[in-house]
Design a protein around this ligand. Structure first.
Ligand SMILES: N[C@@H](CCC(=O)N[C@@H](CS)C(=O)NCC(=O)O)C(=O)O
Length: 218
């Protein structure tokens, strides 16, 4: 049995959860708050970040969400859907899309922490991060328009769709819960694509839920 260390709002861990559900790989979910003192993340990942995939047979744990996706795709080829197109150019495009989706989540995470810095907050820094988020949303909207109602790469559902869907689910949570961004009405095509993804069982089972940081980050 595999164990995934996850956090309930994490778009990164959600990608891995969705991939394993889509492929029918059984795993145990362990939800943590990686900034709290009780977190086990430093025990497994020197970067102290989740998601982390733990094996029960002595293999070392692996971390970094795109890398875990790669592991799942390569090691579980033949189990469930491939989640990766066959041609090299398409595969490279999938990885490029993953970079953008993760980067948008990274930038939004930085906005959160910047907003928590009180008088030390830099508006310029915050604007810079938000520009990245909207830049990625625009780029994804263009890709969706090109894909003409299908999936993003090669017409097949892949880890690129999972990355973009998890990123948009995170942005939706940020919009509805905190009002930090408005994208739902600004990108109707992107919204339609995201809503189609959210209707999949794997997306329904992994809805992001915000947690409360009750400890000072140390
Ligand atoms: N690039 C990493 C980002 C993971 C990440 O930022 N995870 C957050 C939780 S959603 C975390 O563990 N943060 C703790 C920290 O930054 O120290 C990935 O894709 O796995």
């Amino acid at each position: 049995m595999l164990t995934l260390i996850s956090a309930t709002p994490s778009p990164y861990a959600r990608k891995n959860r969705i991939a394993m559900i889509e492929k029918g790989i059984p795993f145990e979910l362990k939800s943590e708050i990686p900034w709290h003192s009780t977190t086990e993340t430093p025990k497994y990942n020197p970067l102290e970040k989740l998601p982390i995939l733990i094996f029960n047979d002595g293999r070392p744990p692996i971390y970094e969400s795109w890398y875990i996706q790669e592991y799942i795709v390569q090691k579980y080829r033949g189990t469930g859907p491939d989640l990766m197109p066959t041609g090299l150019d398409d595969q490279l495009l999938v990885r490029q899309i993953q970079v953008l989706a993760d980067g948008a989540c990274d930038a939004m995470g930085l906005v959160f922490f910047e907003d928590g810095r009180g008088e030390l907050k830099s508006q310029e820094w915050r604007d810079r991060q938000m520009r990245k988020v909207t830049g990625v949303l625009k780029a994804m909207d263009e890709l969706v328009k090109k894909s003409q109602g299908k999936f993003l790469v090669g017409g097949e559902f892949s880890v690129a769709d999972i990355a973009v869907g998890a990123m948009l689910g995170f942005m939706n949570m940020v919009e509805t819960k905190f009002g930090l961004i408005r994208w739902l009405d600004e990108f109707p095509d992107l919204r339609g694509y995201w809503e189609r993804l959210e209707s999949r069982e794997s997306f329904k089972e992994t809805q992001p839920v915000m947690f409360e940081l009750t400890e000072k980050v140390a």
